[in-house]
Design a protein around this ligand. Sequence first.
Ligand code: UDP
Length: 403
Amino acid sequence: MAKIEEYVPIVGQSIIDDLRLLAEKLKGKVIQNINSTSVGGGVAEILNRLIPLLRELGVDGRWDLIKGGEQFFGVTKKFHNALHGRPAEISERDFDVFMDTSLKNVEEVNIYGDIVFVHDPQPIVLIKKKAANKWIWRCHVDVSNPDKRVWDFLRGFIVNYDAAVFSAPAFSQHLPIRQFLISPSIDPLSDKNKELPEELIDAVLAKYNVPKDKPIVTQISRFDRLKDPLGVIEAYRQVKKYVDCRLVLAGGTAADDPEGIKVLEEVKEKADKDSDIHILLLPQNDIEVNALQRASDVVVQKSLKEGFGLTVAEALWKAKPVVASNVGGIPLQIKHKYSGLLCHSAEGAAFAIKQILNSPEYAKKLGENGHEHIKSNFLLTRHLRDYMLLFLSLDYQEDVIHL
Ligand code: UDP
């Protein structure tokens, strides 16, 4: 894994010096992160890089997981969908299942942090163990329009935290605790984002039998309805009438997402054996994701809802033209017609993809602007700084803010 000094050529010495100064002030504090999965999805992706770098800077960052069975993750998936405003039938029994597992975790998870940093709703009930330490709830999902019943239920726990962190301004909520806006980030030196030799990119395409004879349009996402893979196929079909191309729909399933296999089946059915649609069930392999993004002529992220949308940042960092929905954190990353193209429908996505495939110069400019925008705003070093400032600010929080 890359060391902190290796970021100097990318972001400059002064940014790294600032990180060292902040880290110095956090010496002696234990920062305990808690979430529900160590692989799959954006949260695990970020923690896997942030924690080692915090530690290298001398901050005692640690990471623990809660435990849960199939039923529990079935319910938290329903919560996730409901928070995103999608109708979900949640019964009283679902809330009981959630509480049963949560209370087991309250008993079993060892809390030792001076600062306990809880990610997403799955471990939220752990706040029952709050003592003299500081607790932060980090919300990675789009809660701009949450189902009221689920939000009110979670809110009962959130209000006991010292602070809440959201990824985009539109997600902030009426809460009697301090709220911070911190966007996620990508690591330019991770296997997911580092430069790759052309031969390696070709080898990954060959492994998945994707020929390079036509432009490649790609969406890489968990097979999840909110990522709208069926909408991507619709957009591709409209593009295909005018520009010959291939569609790569690639993704794995996260350990805490029981719906994935079902969605994958629906995608296969919709693709209807079109040999130019490549549906790839990926193993957890960052180099392969990196290679597929780099091999693409257009990267699509047609989500119906999105927390931040790391895949967008990853593609823009690779200077790819991106077509993505105007939801969640995506408009923070894409300024329409400057650092990518935003869309609101399958038709809109198709129009934008066609435009990019037909105008290579324009496509190149969008990608270059996107790269610069990510470099200035969404790299891991900025994220580390924001988190350290947040941890430090907790010591200066005596007044409760009433909104
Ligand atoms: N990802 C991956 N393999 C896959 C699908 C996704 O490694 O098969 C990664 C993707 O590159 C990104 C993260 O998982 O880093 C997904 O984060 P995002 O914010 O886009 O969506 P989430 O899954 O958190 O809703």
